[in-house]
Each structure stands twice: as structure tokens, then as C-alpha cells.
Design a protein around this ligand. Sequence first.
Ligand SMILES: *[C@@H]1O[C@H](CO)[C@@H](O)[C@H](O)[C@H]1NC(C)=O
Ligand SMILES: *[C@@H]1O[C@H](CO)[C@@H](O)[C@H](O)[C@H]1NC(C)=O
Ligand SMILES: *[C@@H]1O[C@H](CO)[C@@H](O)[C@H](O)[C@H]1NC(C)=O
Ligand SMILES: *[C@@H]1O[C@H](CO)[C@@H](O)[C@H](O)[C@H]1NC(C)=O
Ligand SMILES: *[C@@H]1O[C@H](CO)[C@@H](O)[C@H](O)[C@H]1NC(C)=O
Length: 559
Amino acid sequence: MWMHLSKYICNFIRTLTILVVLLYNNYILEWELDPHRIHSEGLPPLDRERRFCSHLGKNPSPEEALEERYLLESIAWPEPQPWSTSSPLNQTSDPAHSLFTILPAGGRREWHVGDQLEALVIMNDFQGFPKSHGGDFLLARLHSPELKAGVAGHVLDHGNGTYSVIFPLLWEGSVWVDVTLVHPSEAVPVLLRIREEHPDRVLYKSLFRSGLLSETTMCNLCLPTNQQPLCNYTDPHTGEPWYCYKPKQLLSCDTRINHARAGYQKDLITEKEALLFQSGVNLKTRIHAKASDSVTVLPKKKDKQEVESNSEKAAPIRTTASGYYFQGSWRGLGGVVMHQFNDPTAITQCLKGKMVYMYGDSTVRQYYEFLTRFLPELREFNLHSPVSTGPFMAVDIPHNILLKYQSHGPPISWTPINVSHLRYVANELDGLAGGSDTIVVISIWAHFSTFPVQVYIRRLRHIRRAVVRLLDRAPKTVVVVRSANLRAQSLQESLNFSDWFSVQLDGVLKAMFKGLNILLVDAWEMTLAHHHPHDIHPSPPIIKNMINTILSHVCPVKN
Ligand SMILES: *[C@@H]1O[C@H](CO)[C@@H](O)[C@H](O)[C@H]1NC(C)=O
Ligand SMILES: *[C@@H]1O[C@H](CO)[C@@H](O)[C@H](O)[C@H]1NC(C)=O
Ligand SMILES: *[C@@H]1O[C@H](CO)[C@@H](O)[C@H](O)[C@H]1NC(C)=O
Ligand SMILES: *[C@@H]1O[C@H](CO)[C@@H](O)[C@H](O)[C@H]1NC(C)=O
Ligand SMILES: *[C@@H]1O[C@H](CO)[C@@H](O)[C@H](O)[C@H]1NC(C)=O
């Protein structure tokens, strides 16, 4: 009862806030452009002068500013410590010198299902001395290979060079602890700096064409306003900014044909800074156990169960994990009873009569590809779209199933996409009637990792408002939001797409959609808990588990 009432109040406040917020215009973020570093695959370099974009549009509303501050605080990283360039590695975190220890549970080395397992990580530097401050980016996973079981660990930074890693114990048998250093704390300020100073490190271009004339110019979320005339493609509905330099020839801004990635800025970091990003040394590198990295988990204690249900104080298993793998299948801990959709007819039955709209980046396109491959009766309609960009559409006429994929708008960073296919997710959602036959799946994160977090917050805020509007007019619409996932990291990849950027976006996304009636597919944990290597495009078994999660939510098993 109280739960419902407080949910109702929450929704009411949220709606009120959104109404207020809607009265204000959006503002455009500004940042420094550094044209000196731009090497743009054969295009003329941007203007030679380093400058700031002038402040465009309106300031954020007080509510937006407050929310933004709260979100930024929620993902704040420990203050960087001074870093000595004269001995760049010596005092930085070294996985090879660092260790973790599995701590006894309540003084005993005995663990039962329902307990927690705690490991203590002690970080040392390259000279073997203990670190005295926190901020290392660690990932932890508990797993049992023969059971194909795995769960993500929760890492707690004590701020003094030690970290606790907590795992819920959810199955019996031998379990192993994996701890990985993704980045030493010293690498994080480097990432922070390039994120703030080089938000334009992925370059974008557009082709303008009319008759025999054609010209390509550079584009971005923000360009200097006083150097060259701009074409303003700010979205009239959401206010999302996008600009291109106006073609020099007699081509109007209306003659923009496509949008594409134009390359990357180079030389963003110094040689010494690059030492902080060495694969197998201090970039995504395992930390070893001091003694054993494994324990045996015994069956759940009987008396413990009774104590828990009888006593008000004893909380049920408190776990921050959103789910875990067992026998290779993901089991969500959020309430949805998982059901395996192993044969195509079960999926077809579930999706019968439904329209499935997928919006976002290639990580949701994978769902589209999975379903079109797996369901023989789902026929792809040829829209003559390029393979990576879409849009795509597939239909199963006998079962009245429609599947559509539409990429999100700029800053999508791909091979050329027609401007007519550049759509903002929020606007697409506004174009849906919704209802119990409509499933919406959204995944938008990977192309935002090179921008300041504020850009992502603003984008998600627009999407959230559109989701709220959709659920208001058609409450039975199923809305699924997929979070960010882990990916492979080399030096170059991590400068553009570090998991550290992703974990920040992931934190924002999860906070943004909290409390809404949506299904969150926790791709972060689903890729962390799985034994397959991290990949921007998670492997088919992970995708299948994500699809199962969605379908279990769409078609719950009736008791
Ligand atoms: C671009 O257009 C938007 C809205 O149409 C406006 O708010 C913004 O100031 C314009 N930008 C420039 C640089 O004129
Ligand atoms: C860094 O460590 C190495 C050996 O661990 C040592 O030889 C060297 O002098 C150290 N450099 C500085 C500047 O402390
Ligand atoms: C680090 O902090 C934790 C939590 O405050 C404390 O328990 C631990 O003793 C500290 N360790 C060191 C080495 O200072
Ligand atoms: C994009 O637009 C051009 C014309 O401007 C057209 O020739 C091309 O087929 C379009 N591509 C797609 C995928 O729609
Ligand atoms: C990432 O950025 C670097 C420059 O720092 C660049 O050389 C590299 O090609 C970029 N792209 C990828 C996919 O790593």
C-alpha cells in the first residue's frame, strides 16, 4: 500500500517536474575546440584558432541544473592525486604487485548460499609499496566454470589503497574470484582531461550536394560561431544541438545529404601518460590472490532462513547484483521470473500481434539481428539501408509481428547515413501511439563516451520525458532500456571508449530511469558476470540471455 502510494507520489512529482522543465528551453553545452589536433582524413583543417564556443541558447532550468548536479555527484570519482612525470610508473598502481584475499565469513572459513563473500584488495605500486589513496577502477566477478555460473561483484573504495569486493552467494559449489584492474587511479585524470578538453575527438562530417555541386564540411555538437558561417541543425522538438560548417560554394544548408564519422583526433596524450594504458600491464589486467582465489559454498543454512523470516531486523539477502548466470542462463534478481525461449515458435507466440521498435546504437541492433536470424517466419523487408546504419524492418505477416530498428541521432559515429534517417529517439517515441501491443527497446550510450557527461544527461532527459509521455498516454506499452556494456580495451580504444567512460554513462542511465515503469536490461552486469571476453558487441549467448530477459518480461509465465 505504502509502496504504491509513494510510487504514485513519486510519479506525480516527476510529472510536475517535467511539466515545469518543459517550460524552459534547453541550453547548449559549450566546450573548447582544439583545431590544432584535428587531422581529418583529407578534409580541410578547422580554423587555426583555439577558442571557446560562445554560450548558446538558454541556461538549464533550476530543476535541470539540480538534477544534473545530483547525477554528476552520484558518479563522482575520487580526487586525482599528484602524479610524478619524472618517474611516471613507479608510484602508480601495479596489478602484478597487488593482491586480494578472501576474508573469512564471521571468523570462519565457511560460506553458505545466501551469505556474502568478501574479498579485500590491497593495491601496491610498481615498486611494491602500498597505495595510500583510492580511485583505481576495479571490476570483480565470482564464477563457477563447470556450472556456467557467474555474478558481478560490488567494489567498495576505502580511499586508502584498499578495496572491498562483495559478492552475493547464490549457488552451491566451488566459486572463483576474479579481480581486474581496468585503469590505475592515475589514468583516470587523463581520461577526465581528454573528455573535457577534447569532446570533439571523434570527428564528424556531412556531404552537401545539389545538382553538380557537392562539398563536405565538418560537423559537431558545438562549433565556433564567429569563424565560418554555420548551418544550425538544432532539433526543433528537443533542442538537441548539431552544427556543420556551411559549404563555401553556393550550397544551402538544406542540401545536406548525409552524416558520417570523419576520423579521430590524434596525439591526445603524452608518451608518459601512455605508460598508464598498457595492455597486460596496467590496462584491464588481472590481480592475483594472495592465497586461494576459490572457496566452496555450502547449501543454505536451514535455521538462518527461519531467523530471517521471524526477525524484523534480519534483512533478506542484500545484494546489489541485478542478476547472475547459472547453467549459462541469466536469472534476474529483480522479480521477473526467467523463462527460456529456446525455440523460435515460443518467441513467435510471445511476439504475436506485437510491434517491436528498437532505437539506438549497434548494441540494440544486435537484438534486431538476433531475432531476424532466429525466427524463420520473420522476413526482413529490404529498405535498401546500408548494413550498419539501418533503418531496418522485418515482418511476420501470419503472426502480425513487426520489428523495426532505427539508429539514434547525432553524435552517431558511423559510415554515411542519410540525414533523413538521423532521428532523435525522443522524437521517435513521440510518434508512437503505444499500447499493450507495442514494445520499445532503447539502447543509447556507446557514441556518447567521448563527450562530457552533461551531453548524455541532456539526451537521456529528453528520452525519459518522451518515455513518460508514452507511458502516460499508453501505460501498457512495454519499455525496455538497455544499459552500457564492457568492451575490449587497448590504449587507443580506451582513449575514446574506455570502460571508465561507460561506467559513468551507465551510472547516469540507471539513475535517470529509476522509478519508471520500464525494464532495465543490465548489460553492464550481464557482460561482467559472463566468461566471454568483453566486446562492444557482446557474444550471441549474452544477447540470447538479454532477449530472454525481455521476453520473460513481455510474456510472463502464468502460474
Ligand atoms: C540554433 O538554433 C537554435 C534553435 O533553433 C537556437 O536556439 C540557437 O541559438 C541557434 N544557434 C546559433 C549558433 O545561432
Ligand atoms: C623507479 O623505480 C626503479 C626500480 O623500481 C628505480 O630504479 C628508479 O630509480 C625509480 N625512479 C625514481 C625516479 O624513483
Ligand atoms: C583503509 O580503510 C578501511 C576502511 O576505513 C580500514 O578498515 C582499513 O584498516 C584501512 N587500511 C589501511 C591500510 O589504512
Ligand atoms: C540516401 O540518399 C540518396 C539520395 O540522396 C540515395 O541515393 C540513397 O539510396 C539513400 N540511401 C538510403 C540507404 O536510403
Ligand atoms: C581513438 O583515438 C585515437 C587517438 O587518441 C585514435 O588514434 C584511434 O584511431 C581512435 N579510434 C579507435 C577506434 O580506437
